[in-house]
Design a protein around this ligand. Structure first.
Ligand code: ATP
Ligand code: MG
Length: 212
């Protein structure tokens, strides 16, 4: 399946609120558009959600929902398998037609079998690389891929090259803390979630329906 995504761009006269700032006390004023670049359509994008705050995967799944709402084909590859943690999203998104691979052996920060985890991460990348090259997807979500990249388990240059050489209609979303610079460089849109505070820090356990 290599059908390009429907060209569902918003009309160019839709106002965009505060595209550069963080809002603020002053009401919006007319903008000087003399320095605005000419806008164009992109057939696909590379999005990166990184940083130490909560919301990287949540935002990525939200984008996957938008894509599914447009009838697009969506694939999700999870590079860290967390037991029941993703069951909620997995059930919902596969029910809506997304393809899902949760490869990994449940390794965590204190895994006592890093060698095996490395092999499984490489298997996940091999799967992701094939899915990326297949052209079968309008959106491919590589959830938590920055971790095996940063641990040297999968080759960052290879991942970035595969993303750069992807089929022109495939949008890639990558999530995880500490996105490597090369991944940031290849991306069109990079969001760094900043941890202001997190309930876990005050001893509140992860909550079903909120955190997974
Ligand atoms: P989410 O899946 O909620 O969008 P995330 O993808 O931004 O979170 P991950 O690093 O993948 O963050 O961690 C997933 C789990 O860890 C979630 O249960 C999330 O609530 C929790 N978490 C995220 N950020 C923090 C943090 N700064 N401190 C403690 N727990 C966190
Ligand atoms: Mg996450």
């Amino acid at each position: 399946m290599t059908t390009p995504a429907p060209d569902d761009h918003a009309p160019s006269d839709v106002p965009v609120d505060d595209p550069t700032g963080e809002g603020g006390a002053a009401p919006p004023v007319a903008k000087d558009t003399s320095t605005t670049p000419d806008l164009r359509h992109a057939e696909s994008l590379v999005l990166v959600n990184t940083g130490d705050g909560k919301g990287k995967s949540t935002a990525a799944f939200g984008t996957a929902l938008r894509a599914l709402a447009r009838g697009w084909t969506v694939g999700v590859i999870q590079f860290i398998k967390s037991g029941d943690w993703r069951v909620g999203e997995e059930r919902l998104l596969t029910g809506l037609g997304a393809h899902w691979w949760a490869l990994g052996d449940g390794f965590s920060w204190d895994s006592d079998d890093l060698g095996e985890s490395e092999a499984v991460a490489q298997t996940a990348w091999s799967e992701a690389r094939d899915r990326l090259a297949s052209g079968d997807y309008h959106v491919l979500l590589l959830d938590e891929i920055t971790y095996p990249m940063n641990w040297g388990w999968i080759d960052t240059d290879e991942v970035v090259a595969a993303i750069a050489d992807r089929p022109s209609h495939t949008t890639v979303i990558a999530t995880g803390r500490d996105a490597p610079q090369a991944l940031i460089d290849v991306a069109d849109t990079v969001t760094r979630m900043h941890n202001v505070k997190h309930a876990f820090d005050s001893g509140i356990m992860a909550r079903r329906g909120i955190d997974y």
